[in-house]
Ligand binder design. Structure first.
Ligand code: FEO
Ligand code: CA
Ligand code: CA
Ligand code: CA
Length: 589
């Protein structure tokens, strides 16, 4: 871990006013270029996007929906040419297709056609897009040999301790090693060997049907929240019907590793990193060369995890091709005195054995949540992104909210009951060592409006009325080690402001000060922030623009809350990746 550098430079951008409207706003002196929109052709032979003439076949070759994680992998060490790897987490059918929006979610599920479902499946997954900065603008390289779409149908292989286990087998795959596709890929990470890690999150939404009481997988299915489908896929595809394929859900909920430099390579679901509702998979190489991945399970009262590889990071991609298949997964326990411990999820130890129904490490990993609870991991307020500061080595945990926590359930690490606005925890590994068993921790900031005493927010007093936020979700560090946070859940009613990006001081007397940098269009959440290696471009992902400006309501293709980014009456809103640069050039912030 690098020694603590001098205090990083202060954020020098003029703060953006907070608010909500149909447009994207960025701090004065910066510009935002829409780089990739849902439906944009990624291959040379694809016609321009027409929302009234969609097909699954064409969607397979277009940029997918609801961009979430964004990673930039330089080509040849360049900051102006690289592969953008992007997760397409989910789809909003009611915003994508005409005629669906008037009903509720059940109505949408009932109304979708097989072809529309096929389009949804093709709009999930991820994209690999080569991008180039030329003449003051970023542009995708159409015809690049790296271009790839990964969808809910792309063949993938399961690797690691659970691969091939009987609980991962289905009639279509008696070997338990080959899966069709990845779904609900939220955040992720990029490894030092140039691969992309992508976390499968809310997989329960895709499965319909129920298991009979007493079925061996019934408890596991319940533990992952099965039983309230939000998609129609199971109507047309038996693999998404639990009653017909009770093991199919066990093949989702993993971290997927993808080699973006080899478009023919098969993505690998790395079972050693556990099965839960994976938010992200940001990693760091420890001092001794082992690779460490920090992992959040985004649901109320779920856990923070850490994976440490058994082997060390090698010099080539080939050497690292099985690095994430063996190692130790641990769950975090936060103590009231500001210390904490990583508790290993190792079969045969501390109750993870036959007495609790775990016959092998595969069982421990397939039911990671139950294992973590048995060990005494701390139930958190929805752990989202977790990232290590490259300068200080301290680790930041975005805890987005948990309105269900009762006063009796509060603890030092989750100190607010009915936590509507979330908080950020800072972890300091003992000895600055990411593989250490012990750590110290403190709350960096409790989010929400500091002017409302009942909220008990703790932004520093230097934070302006535009500078505070709620619901931290994604985060990124620039190369000076400065923290930038993206939010999910701000709206007119909750906070009087749209989601966006806030820059947060972690060092020195300004620690806990937050400053507003970017605002997304109404209905959208902010995902994927990622800096180019020279800090001169900040890539951000605008997800589900056009939803109604409150939780739970359905939007529609005909009457979205905004038509960003095209503002054409014939075009629905489109989730897009945006490249933010400084006017006249220079480092962001
Ligand atoms: Fe997909 Fe945890 O947000
Ligand atoms: Ca999201
Ligand atoms: Ca997220
Ligand atoms: Ca979220």
């Amino acid at each position: 871990m690098p020694a603590m550098a001098a205090e990083p430079p202060a954020f020098d951008f003029p703060e953006l006013a907070a608010g909500v409207d149909e447009h994207l706003h960025v701090a004065e002196g910066y510009e935002a270029q829409v780089l990739l929109r849902w439906g944009d052709p990624l291959f040379p032979d694809v016609p321009a996007f027409d929302p009234t003439a969609q097909s699954a076949e064409a969607q397979d070759k277009r940029f997918g929906y609801n961009n979430d994680f964004v990673g930039f992998i330089p080509i040849g060490g360049r900051a102006d040419r690289g592969l953008l790897v992007v997760n397409h987490e989910y789809t909003n059918a009611e915003l994508m297709f005409p005629g669906l929006g008037a009903s509720d979610r059940k109505g949408v599920i009932a109304a979708l056609s097989p072809e529309q479902v096929a389009i949804e499946m093709a709009a999930h997954g991820g994209s690999v897009v080569e991008i180039l900065y030329e003449n003051g603008r970023w542009a995708p390289v159409i015809g690049s040999r790296y271009t790839r779409r990964i969808t809910a149908n792309t063949p993938m292989t399961l690797t690691g301790p659970a691969a091939g286990h009987p609980r991962l087998t289905t009639a279509a795959d008696p070997e338990g090693r080959r899966v069709e596709g990845m779904i609900n890929n939220c955040s992720g990470g990029v490894t030092p060997w140039g691969t992309w890690l992508s976390g499968e999150e809310n997989i329960h939404y895709y499965f319909q049907g129920a298991l009979p009481e007493g079925h061996p997988e019934a408890g596991n299915a319940k533990g992952m929240g099965m039983g309230s489908p939000q998609y129609a896929w199971g109507r047309f595809h038996e693999r998404f019907d639990l009653s017909k394929n009770p093991n199919e859900p066990n093949r989702f909920g993993w971290v997927v590793e993808i080699d973006p430099f080899d478009p023919g390579s098969m993505p690998r679901k790395r079972t050693a990193l556990g099965r839960f509702k994976h938010e992200g998979a940001a990693g760091v190489t420890a001092g001794d060369g082992r690779y460490v991945v920090y992992l959040g399970d985004d649901e109320r009262f779920q856990h923070v995890y850490r994976f440490v590889s058994a082997g060390r990071v090698g010099a080539t991609r080939a050497e690292n091709s099985t690095l994430l298949d063996s190692g130790t997964l641990s769950v975090a326990r936060f103590e009231a005195d500001g210390t904490g411990r990583w508790l290993p999820l190792t079969h045969g130890q501390n109750g993870l054995d036959a007495t609790n129904g775990f016959a092998s490490q595969a069982d421990v990993l397939i039911e990671t949540r139950r294992s973590a609870k048995l060990l005494g991991g701390t139930p958190m307020d929805r752990p989202e992104d977790i990232e290590a500061n490259p300068r200080t080595g301290r680790v930041y945990v975005m805890l987005t909210n948990n309105t269900k926590r009762t006063p009796e359930q509060t603890d030092a690490a989750n100190p607010r009951a009915a936590n509507a606005f979330g908080h950020v925890i800072e972890i300091t590994p003992d000895g600055g060592d990411h593989v250490s068993e012990n750590f110290r921790w403190e709350v960096l900031v409790r989010c929400g409006d500091p002017a409302r005493p009942e909220v008990k927010a703790t932004f520093s007093a230097l934070t302006s009325p535009d500078g505070w936020f709620g619901m931290p979700d994604n985060c990124a560090f620039d190369s000076s080690g400065r923290l930038w946070i993206a939010t999910d859940g701000n709206n007119r009613r909750a906070t009087g402001r749209a989601d966006g990006i806030w820059a947060v001081e972690t060092e020195g007397p300004r620690r806990g000060t937050s400053k507003h940098f970017l605002q997304v269009p109404v209905g959208a959440e902010m995902c994927g922030p990622c800096f180019a290696p020279d800090d001169r471009t900040f890539f951000v992902a605008v997800q589900h623009p056009g939803e109604p400006d409150e939780e739970g309501a359905l939007g529609s293709f005909e009457k979205p809350s905004t038509r960003w980014p095209d503002f054409s009456p014939d075009m629905p809103p489109r989730p897009s990746v945006v490249a933010v640069t400084r006017k006249g050039g220079g480092r962001i912030g």
